[in-house]
Write a protein that binds this ligand. Structure first.
Ligand SMILES: NC(=O)c1ccc[n+]([C@@H]2O[C@H](COP(=O)([O-])OP(=O)(O)OC[C@H]3O[C@@H](n4cnc5c(N)ncnc54)[C@H](OP(=O)(O)O)[C@@H]3O)[C@@H](O)[C@H]2O)c1
Length: 133
């Protein structure tokens, strides 16, 4: 982002990044939010994390699906999500996350799942050199 700003002089309005509980890049999110750059999450469901006990327990407590918990965890910290599904029930269910909330403890429990595990095939030479973790 610093290189982009230096070279182009334009700050992007949106930064679409891999973002999910196994890779939640807090420094990059803070960097963007401090500069009014919207963060948008892609690559929402890698690594089978929806089956993690943390998700299953919170979902059971809230009477929601683990996927809804994952989506709300992003939205509640100001990150937009674009979940894609070809299944009608999932499209409706993925959109039904604005009528409940996660507690601070629940948010922190999900934050703690971060393993800095990037799964999108970003070439090593691109992300290793420049990306904020
Ligand atoms: N900037 C980038 O480099 C980049 C890279 C990738 C994607 N994207 C953006 O992200 C958008 C979506 O990306 P994507 O196609 O990778 O999709 P995604 O939304 O990250 O994941 C889609 C997968 O999640 C499954 N899924 C959807 N809802 C679910 C639920 N409730 N529970 C469990 N699984 C669920 C879908 O299966 P079903 O269809 O069977 O439900 C599908 O297999 C794209 O339109 C693109 O704009 C950007």
């Amino acid at each position: 982002m610093e290189i982009l700003k230096e070279q182009c002089g334009i700050i992007p309005a949106v930064n679409q990044i891999e973002f999910h509980p196994l890779f939640n890049c807090p420094e990059l999110v803070a960097y963007c939010h401090a500069r009014n750059i919207a963060v948008q999450a892609m690559r929402l469901w890698p690594g089978g994390y929806l089956r993690e006990e943390t998700f299953v327990q919170i979902a059971r407590r809230k009477g929601r699906t683990p996927a809804q918990i994952g989506l709300l965890w992003s939205v509640q910290q100001g990150i937009s999500v674009i979940p894609k599904s070809v299944q009608k029930e999932r499209i409706f269910s993925n959109a039904r996350i604005f009528d409940f909330s996660l507690s601070t403890d629940e948010m922190k429990a999900i934050d703690a799942l971060n393993r800095v595990q990037r799964t999108a095939n970003i070439p090593q030479d691109l992300w290793g050199q420049y990306a904020l973790q």
